[in-house]
Design a binder for this molecule. Structure first.
Ligand SMILES: N[C@@H](CCOP(=O)(O)O)C(=O)O
Length: 493
């Protein structure tokens, strides 16, 4: 197994090299050369715990890591940093299942990969005898940033710079990032949106002169976003894990197909599920749930991807995205790996902001269904689910839940369904609280959190509770064309 680019420049590199590089030289994304079908092994995997299963899955992708190296990375990641031994527990809500991916150190699904990625990258640095220090650039709409900062804080030979939209994340997400300790961390709020941050970072990756200059100074760049396969591949694990949990608990029989509903922004999470399907996981549909930024909904409906619209700020900020990076990896697969087609579509996206896939590619989208939810529906859903089941959804999971309700209404599909819950409701406490009760405008963020806890009888996650006592460590803002300057300033160059 090796990694190749979605844009077909004939580069073939190992997993550890791809993790160091992040993005391919031709600006494409690295994809696995093949997918190993493990459907005939599923029966033997039912009783494995999260770590054991992570090894079974990851060894099929990260083939240049030895068993010892991979097990070390897995053991170091999935430990008491998570507040449950299950790591990714499932709660039954009505007839459906909610896969809770927010039990890690920063209370969002990004922890599922960003707790292991620092170990994978450190091992990669050693394996490849890299002399330079790695500078991780991360664009975030709220969740990736903190999870990456937490994972890479004070890791030797690595520095991390996070760019977030100054006015496009929740107050708690912002506080989480700004209070990050670690001598090697830098957090910058930009006057722009997430797409500006992500495009800026991608442009820096492909700026030959800047990269050459950094290399002379002893640095190379990498990414902690899901464009990096070191981020993406660990996310495949929880799709298998949730399926096998349902088998173990006799909710489904081995081989039954299930649906997954995934709140989606950058398309990394849902793509990881699609990769699991390519490895033989029995999946009927992936329901791709968007908020008011419904560019993906339109794409699945019409085959046209059109980012020429205004980005809306919503109560589910982590999904406030119009350029879904990982869709390029899906284009690669649905075109049967035709890199000419991928290049032409991406050229159209870059030059005109819009592309249209052909009928053949559209046919290969049959595993997906696109849905979206408006702000009012999100609010109503949080209330409805809490009133009915006493289960508290965060705003992103509420988008998923309501898209699923609409899907059932449209299709009458009664396949068992897992709703992927991507964040703790406490990260979006004001919007969650105001969905179920009146909120006094004079309350500060922590009074809101306490009220939410009292009212719903749910526990405030420790990493959020402790934010109150932490000092602000980062207070930089910049314009969207000043990213390079901020990086150099941080590096002291
Ligand atoms: N939702 C993200 C945006 C970046 O996505 P990623 O999965 O590619 O890191 C965020 O919270 O930052």
């Amino acid at each position: 197994m090796y990694f190749i680019s979605t844009r077909g420049n004939n580069e073939k590199i190992t997993a550890s090299q791809a993790i160091i590089k992040g993005l391919s030289t031709d600006k494409g994304l690295y994809v696995p050369s093949t997918f190993k079908d493990i459907s005939d092994q599923l029966e033997n995997l039912v009783d494995l715990d999260y770590k054991e299963l992570a090894y079974v899955i990851l060894k099929e992708f990260l083939t240049d890591y030895s068993e010892k190296e991979l097990k070390y990375c897995i053991e170091s990641a999935y430990d008491e940093k998570f507040d449950t031994e299950k790591i990714a527990p499932i709660s039954k809500v009505g007839n459906d299942y909610v896969l809770e991916l927010y039990h890690g150190p920063t209370c969002a699904f990004k922890d599922m990969a960003l707790t292991i990625m620092p170990y994978l990258l450190k091992t990669a640095i050693e394996k490849n005898n890299l002399q330079e220090e790695v500078v991780i650039l991360t664009a975030t709409s709220g969740d990736t940033g903190k999870a990456a900062l937490e994972g890479f804080s004070d890791v030797d030979k690595i520095k991390i710079v996070v760019f977030f939209p100054e006015n496009g994340v929740s107050p708690i997400q912002k506080l989480q990032m700004k209070t990050t300790k670690g001598q090697n961390t830098c957090v910058v709020g930009i006057n722009g949106n997430f797409d500006d941050a992500q495009t800026g970072v991608k442009n820096i990756f492909s700026d030959e002169e800047f990269n050459k200059d950094l290399k002379e100074k002893g640095y190379i760049l990498s990414s902690a976003n899901s464009i990096n396969i070191g981020r993406l591949t660990p996310q495949v694990v929880y799709y298998f894990y949730s399926y096998l949990q349902l088998v173990k608990e006799n909710e489904i029989a081995l081989g039954d197909k299930i649906n997954f509903v995934v709140p989606t922004g950058n398309f990394g999470n849902i793509l990881a599920g699609y990769y699991a399907k390519k490895m033989g996981l029995p999946v009927n549909k992936f329901i791709c749930a968007s908020n008011d930024n419904n560019v993906l909904y339109d794409f699945f409906k019409t085959g046209v991807y059109d980012r020429n619209r205004e980005l809306k700020l919503t109560t589910s900020p982590s999904m406030d995205i119009l350029i879904s990076s990982n869709l390029e990896r899906l284009l690669f697969e649905i075109s049967n790996r035709d890199t000419n087609k991928v290049n032409s579509l991406i050229d159209d996206l870059n030059n005109k902001g819009v592309y249209k896939i052909d009928e053949e590619m559209k046919k290969n989208l049959s595993s997906f269904y696109g849905g979206y939810s408006t702000e009012n529906v999100v609010t109503e859903t949080i209330k409805e689910v809490f009133d009915k089941y006493k289960y508290l959804l965060d705003t992103h999971t509420a988008v998923a839940y309501s898209c699923y309700e609409k899907y059932v209404e449209d299709t009458n599909d009664n396949t068992k369904t897992v709703i992927v819950s991507t964040a703790s409701p406490y990260k979006f406490s004001k919007d969650v609280l105001s969905s179920i009760s009146n909120v006094d405008n004079n309350l500060d963020d922590f009074e809101i959190i306490n009220k939410l806890s009292d009212l719903t009888n749910t526990k405030i996650p420790a990493p959020i509770k402790e934010l109150k006592d932490l000092d602000i460590k980062h207070n930089i803002t910049c314009e969207k064309d000043e990213l390079k300057y901020e990086i150099l300033k941080f590096l002291g160059k």
